[in-house]
Design a protein around this ligand. Structure first.
Ligand SMILES: [Fe+2]
Length: 299
């Protein structure tokens, strides 16, 4: 047999087929809209409406879910991709100019980050790293390619093993700028990363992420045998929150996973996205919609 000309394993997709939303509660919907919609340029979901009790914000094929309650803060950094960082900077400058009084006294920050990114802190402390669309993340132009969690020293190998053996997800340990990390592949171009830090890690406050699984039942059985199922939501959804050392049972990190099957009615839902560069001063007819949401970030 001739030598194999390609490494076919590079094309494999693991059992976690999509990271769909990050859910963090916010105490003030108006301020949240200023940050996520006006500043970041994302789109309030026009179909699923909760009045002032909750707000879903679309970015490509992913969402932020923002129920109104005392603020939750994700223990890490949320990676997002926007079509243009130059446009983002303009929107943020306008936001700071017109609504600076609303942002004053909050935890909002905006700075230039490593590798040509922009780093933002939401008014309640959630950290975002904003990348400009390019070749990374499967060519994603708008979306949420990864969430990076801060974990305790020594936790990364056990976390990678948990995702491999319980969730059937490809997961490796790697060096991220001198810090050990577990890198869990999601879909074709998304990831969950768990990066070891010597710094303090805040107590878990109940925020969550939502993922979809191809094989939904085997991870359920393994989690249930270990007593790790935290919510039996319905036929196509369950939740767990503790990532454990599979030998000792010790909790390595806690983050609620809303786990959905691909038969969940919202899997692959088409999300409305606007062209955030559109405005009334330089209005372009026919350019209201953001065209070309790839599924690069969703798989
Ligand atoms: Fe959720």
């Amino acid at each position: 047999m001739a030598d194999a000309p390609y490494d076919r394993s590079t094309q494999d997709v693991g059992n976690i087929v999509a990271l769909e939303h990050v859910n963090v509660t916010v105490p003030d919907q108006e301020l949240a809209a200023l940050f996520y919609v006006t500043g970041l340029g994302f789109t309030r979901d026009p179909y699923i409406d909760f009045g002032t009790a909750n707000m879903w914000v679309n970015l490509g094929s992913q969402q932020f879910h923002l129920p109104k309650r005392e603020a939750q803060v994700l223990r890490g950094t949320i990676g997002v991709v926007v079509p243009s960082l130059a446009e983002l900077r303009k929107r943020l400058q306008r936001l700071e100019k017109h609504d600076g009084a609303r942002l004053a006294g909050t935890r909002y920050t905006c700075a230039e980050g490593e590798g040509g990114t922009v780093t933002l802190t939401c008014p309640w402390g959630n950290r975002l790293r904003v990348h400009e669309a390019g070749q990374d993340f499967g060519g994603l132009r708008l979306g949420l390619p990864y969430v990076e969690f801060d974990v305790s020293p020594g936790a990364a190998p056990g976390i990678a093993r948990f995702y491999r053996e319980v969730l059937d997800a490809p997961a490796t340990t790697l060096d991220l700028g001198g810090r050990a990390a577990a890198d869990v592949r999601v879909g074709t171009a998304q990831a969950l990363r768990f990066v070891e830090t010597d710094g303090p890690i805040a107590p878990y406050d109940g925020h969550h992420i939502a993922v979809y699984l191809a094989n939904f039942s085997r991870p359920y059985r393994v989690l249930a045998e270990r007593g790790l199922i935290s919510m039996e939501t319905n036929e196509s959804e369950y939740r767990f929150q503790d990532i454990v050392d599979l030998d000792r049972g010790a909790v390595l990190f806690t983050i609620e996973h809303e786990v959905r099957s691909m038969r969940h009615p919202m899997f692959g839902r088409e999300l409305v996205n606007r062209n955030a560069a559109q405005n009334i001063f330089r209005y372009q007819s026919g350019a209201d919609a953001f065209v070309g949401v790839t599924h690069g970030g969703r798989g």
